[in-house]
Design a protein around this ligand. Sequence first.
Ligand SMILES: [Zn+2]
Length: 130
Amino acid sequence: MDRNDKLYGLWREQRGACFYCDGPTFVSDRESKESARRRLRIAVGVAGAGKHLNQHVATIDSATKAMACKFCNCSREGKSPMSHRRSIQSLVATDQHPVNRLIEAYADGRLSWSRIDLVEPARSTTTAEP
Ligand SMILES: [Zn+2]
């Protein structure tokens, strides 16, 4: 199993939600930027939109081997996973986290409240893959 398959497997297991912020992520070689942008409600042409989309990229966290968004993964700076999760969750609680955030303009709450529905047909109820 190569690294990308491993990442995608984790992403599916975690239903797209980052280990640290519970925010929605995307796997860049499985979903087009255009589709991710729509799903993650990132407006095109707004300053910082490219960077914002990039923060949602799914990565593998080296400390936990779990899937984490790029923002959380890149901001850990050697903190233990539990203390990083605590500090990330306090960002989320005060709406300062770029990935797990409220969508004020749409008045439909926090983006991560609805986790991804897998678009692929479920092969079985087990997550085990050959
Ligand atoms: Zn995150």
